[in-house]
Design a protein around this ligand. Structure first.
Ligand code: PGA
Length: 252
C-alpha cells in the first residue's frame, strides 16, 4: 500500500514572517503523524531552520528545493546535503523543471544530485515531465524514459527505494492548466512500467509517484484518486493554508 504524500514547493516566495506563519498554521492543522498521508513543505534555504522550529513535533516534514551534488567545500553559493540534514530536512526536490529549463540543469547533474542525496541520507523528490511541444509531438513517454534513465543512471534498487518521483508536465506548472486525471494516470503508468523494466516489480509497485502542475483544492481529489497517482507536489496552492490544507485532506 503506497501512503499518499503531499508536498508544498514554496519556490522563491514568502519572507521569514509569512513563512513561519504558514508553517505554524499547517502544524496546527496536522499536529500529529497521520497514517493516511504524509505531508511536507519545502521553503527557500534561508527559512529552513525557522520553518523547522515552527513544525517541530507536527506531522509536517521539512524539505529543500535543491541541493549541491558536491561534498562541503569550496563551492560558493551552494548548499550541501549535510547542511540540509542539519537544518532538519528529510526531503529534497531534485530536477524541478524550473531548474532544468531556466537554469540549464541536465540529467547528468540531476543524477549526481540524486546519488549524493541518497548516499547522505536525504530523500529526493525526483521531478520529471515533458514540454507542451514534446507532448504534442507524441514524445511524452520518450521524454520520461530519457529523464528517468539519465536521472537514475547507476543507482541501485536500494538507492531508488529511498526516493519518490514527481511527474510534472511542464505545460501544467504555474499555468492553471492541469493535466486531466487520465493524462496524469497514463504518464504515471508509463513511469511505473519503466521502473519495472529497469528494476523489478517490487520497486515499481512501491514507488510513490506524485503529480504536480496546477494542483488545487478543486482538482486534488480527482487526481490523487487515480490508481497510480500517489499524491501531489504543489506550487502556487501551497502558499496559502486555506488551499494547501484541503489538498492534504483530499489525500487523507
Ligand atoms: P504549481 O507548481 O502547483 O504552481 O503549478 C507545481 C510545481 O512546480 O512543483
Amino acid at each position: 500500500m503506497r501512503r499518499p504524500f503531499v508536498c508544498g514547493n514554496w519556490k522563491m516566495n514568502l519572507l521569514r514572517e509569512s513563512a513561519v506563519a504558514l508553517a505554524s498554521t499547517l502544524a496546527r492543522a496536522f499536529p500529529a503523524p497521520m497514517p493516511g498521508a504524509e505531508v511536507a513543505v519545502c521553503p527557500p534555504f534561508p527559512y529552513l531552520t525557522a520553518v523547522a522550529e515552527a513544525i517541530r513535533g507536527s506531522a509536517v516534514a521539512l524539505g529543500a528545493q535543491d541541493v549541491s551534488p558536491e561534498r562541503p567545500g569550496a563551492f560558493t553559493g551552494e548548499v550541501a546535503c549535510e547542511m540540509l540534514l542539519d537544518c532538519g530536512c528529510t526531503w529534497v526536490i531534485i530536477g524541478h523543471s524550473e531548474r532544468r529549463h531556466l537554469l540549464g540543469e541536465t540529467d547528468a547533474t540531476i543524477n549526481r544530485k540524486l546519488k549524493t542525496a541518497v548516499e547522505r541520507g536525504l530523500r529526493p523528490i525526483f521531478c520529471i515531465g515533458e514540454l507542451l511541444s514534446e507532448r504534442n509531438a507524441g514524445l511524452t513517454e520518450q521524454v520520461l524514459d530519457r529523464q528517468l534513465g539519465g536521472g537514475l543512471a547507476g543507482m541501485s534498487k536500494a538507492d531508488v527505494a529511498a526516493l519518490v518521483i514527481a511527474y510534472e508536465p511542464v505545460w501544467a506548472i504555474g499555468t492553471g492548466v492541469t493535466a486531466t486525471n487520465e493524462q496524469a494516470e497514463s504518464a504515471h503508468v508509463a513511469v511505473r512500467g519503466w521502473l519495472e523494466r529497469q528494476y523489478d516489480r517490487e520497486i515499481a509497485e512501491n514507488m510513490r509517484i506524485l503529480y504536480g502542475g496546477s494542483v488545487k483544492p478543486e482538482n486534488a481529489a480527482g487526481l490523487i484518486g487515480m490508481p497510480n497517482v500517489d499524491g501531489a507536489l504543489v506550487g502556487g496552492a501551497s502558499l496559502k493554508a486555506e488551499q494547501f490544507v484541503p489538498i492534504v485532506q483530499a489525500a487523507l
